[in-house]
Write a new protein. Structure first.
Length: 190
């Protein structure tokens, strides 16, 4: 019979896993960050390089980027598809030299990526803490859909009917009131 780890044991396991993850990510020749909608990759480039010195290919499910004639900085299969026309790369001057910046626009705006390319070490996406976005940042239809989902979630947690179930119950009650002559004792809600 196995027992669940204590909160302290779990914290130690999580801390060790996070340290290993950070170490693996630090060894990569590039850095990357993501939001639920997109992903940005950056890599230091020698200051004397120009855009024409770089070889960057961004495809729907793969990427290759680096300095022409050298081993690519990043190359491989993406874990999920991207929108190629919305994805870009630039060569930027930084205080410490130059930086290749690649922006990948995710095709599925509802998933976190465990890595940029499938051959790289993965991160634990369940530990990602998304930045809080405000409902006011969303457009009207998205906002009302999210508010409805949040309401329905709260209702389920309290054992109460969701908004759709409540609507059905209200319609049935109204119909029953309009037709007192009918027998509803065998009526089933589906």
């Amino acid at each position: 019979m196995s027992t669940s780890p204590t909160p302290e044991e779990q914290a130690a396991v999580d801390k060790a896993a996070k340290a290993r993850e950070e170490e693996e990510q630090a060894k990569l020749p590039y850095k990357w960050v993501q939001t639920i909608q997109d992903l940005d990759v950056t890599a230091a480039i020698p200051a004397n390089m120009k855009g024409k010195d770089l070889d960057v290919k961004i495809a729907k499910t793969s990427i290759k980027a680096g300095i022409r004639g050298q081993e690519p900085i990043i190359e491989g299969t993406l874990p999920h598809a991207i929108l190629v026309d919305e994805s870009t790369w630039t060569l930027e001057t930084t205080p410490s030299g130059k930086e290749l910046a690649i922006h990948l626009d995710k095709a599925n705006k509802m998933e976190w990526w465990p890595h940029v390319v499938t051959s790289a070490p993965a991160i634990d996406t369940s530990k990602i803490q998304p930045e809080n976005s405000k409902l006011s940042d969303l457009d009207g239809s998205t906002r009302s859909m999210v508010e409805k989902m949040m309401f329905d979630q709260r209702q389920k947690e309290m054992g109460k009917p969701t908004s759709d179930e409540q609507k059905k119950q209200d319609m049935l009650a109204k119909f029953m009131a309009q037709h007192p002559e009918m027998d509803f004792s065998q009526a089933k809600m589906s």
